[in-house]
Design a protein around this ligand. Structure first.
Ligand code: PLP
Length: 381
């Protein structure tokens, strides 16, 4: 039986060559040639003020929370249906997390509930673009500007996706990408990007990333020695990561197109089950161009989901569920509170099932997954 994994990281072609180049250059530490090439690629494509590689998206989020000077007593609004790092980054600075319910159609924060969650302690909104499908940013940006709040986009899953034609991660003051091996593009296992859209943060972002020193300015010849000027940490990855990532950036379009093709096969092939009312399929709002980060279905209940996972596993197919809502976790209860009613976060998360989707997956592989899902529903009718 041929096994279909849930994920396999993409290999675009030049990774080995570029990594060898770095090893032979004897320049392994951060901010070398490949890091500069990656920065230039992102700054041009995203038209942002600064794009800075980080060792992870988690680190980029932590940089964002330092940059926005979030501290004890402050509140940060985000969905509960997200990865722990979205919350941890702000909890580490002493903030309280205020969770807002999601929209069942996109699994993104319900923008119509944000105003109700505001208090005089609210400092920032952190929209998470689930599955690379943009949140309703027009409303979120309006609420933020009317209330003097920062917007930090967790676009970990959102590279190459847009909202009203603008790349995800470039709409808020700050944005973050992840290059973990489960994302569409990887820097060799772990990696991330901080996107600086508000010029006020540009210089300080470089300082925080370089242990609180002005080393970046020094290297560009803008100061004649470098010293400790602010708080900071070590948020720069080594050159090997950047070399791996650069090979993927060269093939960014091909990787996107292949994933989109597979995503469309899933949707087309599974639409018959949706038409019968047995499953639900992802919804992409008209404002959004997504990036095929994920293909998920929703079953009628968590019980059906468990049975379907087992059915697929018995046939060599790995399908997985996703986040356990943060507000229901031990740390989530300690560091956060849920604003209003949990109408959809728990219910929808318990029904969602992610199907295999990666660059190397064949169209036949997708068809086989769909056939096995159909087989499950025919047997269980
Ligand atoms: C993957 C992910 C992260 C964390 O990314 P790392 O690069 O692994 O730190 C954060 N938020 C979301 C929404 C993610 O999907």
């Amino acid at each position: 039986m041929r096994i279909i994994d849930f994920n396999r990281p993409a290999v675009a072609g030049n990774e080995t060559r570029y990594i060898t180049d770095v090893i032979e250059s004897r320049r392994l530490s951060g901010n070398g040639d490949f890091t500069r090439k990656c920065h230039a690629w992102f700054e041009e494509r995203l038209a942002c003020k600064r794009a800075l590689l980080t060792p992870s998206c988690t680190d980029a989020l932590e940089m964002a929370s330092i940059l926005t000077d979030i501290g004890p007593g402050d509140e940060v609004i985000m969905p509960s249906y997200t990865f722990v790092s979205t919350a941890n980054a702000f909890v580490l600075r002493g903030a309280k997390i205020v969770f807002v319910d999601i929209r069942p159609d996109t699994m993104n924060i319900d923008e119509t509930l944000i105003e109700n969650a505001l208090t005089d302690k609210t400092r920032a909104i952190v929209p998470v673009h689930y599955a690379g499908v943009g949140c309703e940013m027009e409303t979120i940006l309006r609420i933020a500007s009317e209330n003097g709040l920062y917007v930090v986009e967790d676009a970990a899953q959102g590279m190459m996706a847009t909202y009203r034609g603008r790349p995800l991660g470039t709409l808020g003051h700050l944005g973050t990408y992840s290059f973990h091996e489960t994302k569409n593009y990887t820097s060799g296992g772990e990696g991330g990007l901080l996107i600086v859209n508000d010029q006020r943060f540009s210089e300080r972002a470089e300082i925080i990333r370089e242990k609180g020193t002005d080393r970046s300015l020094f290297l560009r010849g803008m100061v004649d020695k470098y010293t400790w000027v602010d708080k900071g940490s070590s948020f720069l990855p080594g050159e090997l990561s950047a070399a791996y990532l650069y090979a993927q950036l060269e093939k960014a379009e091909e990787i996107l197109e292949k994933r989109m093709r597979l995503w469309r096969i899933y949707r087309h092939s599974l639409s018959s089950l949706r038409d019968k009312g047995w499953i639900e399929l992802p919804h992409i709002p008209a404002e959004c161009n997504h990036n095929a980060h994920m293909f998920y279905i929703k079953t009628d209940s968590s019980k059906t989901r468990s049975r379907l996972i087992r059915h697929l596993r018995n046939r060599g197919i790995e399908a997985v569920f996703h986040y356990i809502p943060l507000h229901s976790s031990k740390a989530g209860q300690r560091f956060g509170r849920f604003s209003g009613e949990d109408r959809f976060t728990t219910r929808e998360s318990e029904r969602l099932l992610r199907l295999p989707l990666f660059y190397d997956l064949s169209e036949d592989g997708v068809e086989r997954v769909c056939d096995e899902i159909k087989d499950f529903y025919v047997r269980n009718r």
